[in-house]
Write a protein that binds this ligand. Sequence first.
Ligand SMILES: *Cc1c(COP(=O)(O)O)cnc(C)c1O
Length: 373
Amino acid sequence: MFTNYIEVDIDKIKNNIENIKKLSKQTNICAVVKANAYGLGAVVIAKYIEDQVSYFAVATSIEAKNLRLRGIKKPIIILGYVSLEEAKECADLDIEIPIYDLAYAKKINDSLDFPVKAHIALDTGHSRLGFREFELDKILKLKELDRLNIIGSFSHFSTADEEDKTFTNEQYEKFERLREKLNDEFEIEIFHIANSAASIYHKTNCDMDRIGIAMYGIYPSDYLRNREEVKLEQVFSLKSRISFVKEINKGDSVSYGRTFIAKDRMKIATIPIGYADGYFRSFSNIGEVLVKDKIAKVCGRVCMDQIMVDVSDIECEIGDEVIVYPDIYKEANKIGTIPYELMTSFDMRLTRVYIKDGKVVKVDNYLGELYED
Ligand SMILES: *Cc1c(COP(=O)(O)O)cnc(C)c1O
């Protein structure tokens, strides 16, 4: 029996991918598994979906290497910075890298013994990484760099999850203009721009879509969640257990700093999850968990490894299951963040339990392979 664990349903991930494919009419999916697949476990998930997708995307070279060295065969693209040493390893491991600066591209080129596959990053308005439209002359100079095997080009949307499509359309038009020009000059096989939101809400016509959050069954924004264009099913649930139950008296205080004082006699349950597990301290006095299908509010400050909740109206005992985020959108919103951040904050201390066809197929925790079935 696990105490703190994230249950991840592989079948739901697979269904979400198929539903997104149907809606977007895009068959080539690049599964975005950066940040350990948004906290859910990149290697296990990548293995289960490898046959359904064309590509994997990660943010860093260590994430890419982790997938490749653990047996992922499909193309892997890094979306963020790659150091010169890492670029060399990428060439070795057939990992694809982004190019967004001419001088740095030259350095990469000069440091390599043989070519690395590369994608030209285009900044169409997100202002993060990428060449801008006026830098076409620089982009064309990349042709002289023979150790950069340019096979792709991509950009990234900044407001694709919002109702107003104006800026996304502008970004896409810019991308299309650049695409035409690059098509004349390079032999680019893959142009890609859509993230989950664009794939759900915008019509783009590229060679693949990069899907992250939607694969995990979370809508990119409340706006898209309410539109319900595509039926996504949340694939994970963060669970814990009650470690202790007691009654306290009016005037008793709970947790560090005594920020909670009981207004009456009440029943308090302790739960062994805290900010070290990724349960943000900002949930102090406002977080809600689910005990026996009823909401229990966090009392007092979130500790490193434990929280206390109000179970005055709930019949419960030591060992009972707790659902930590009954509504992850609502909880994220409460502390001014988004489900993406709550998910990617899931600590390694939480066991990942993978379910397929209703059965546990894999368990991942500190003990790693010891538990492989
Ligand atoms: C993270 C990321 C994605 C995936 O975004 P989602 O909203 O999770 O679909 C796609 N492209 C780039 C460049 C990213 O950084």
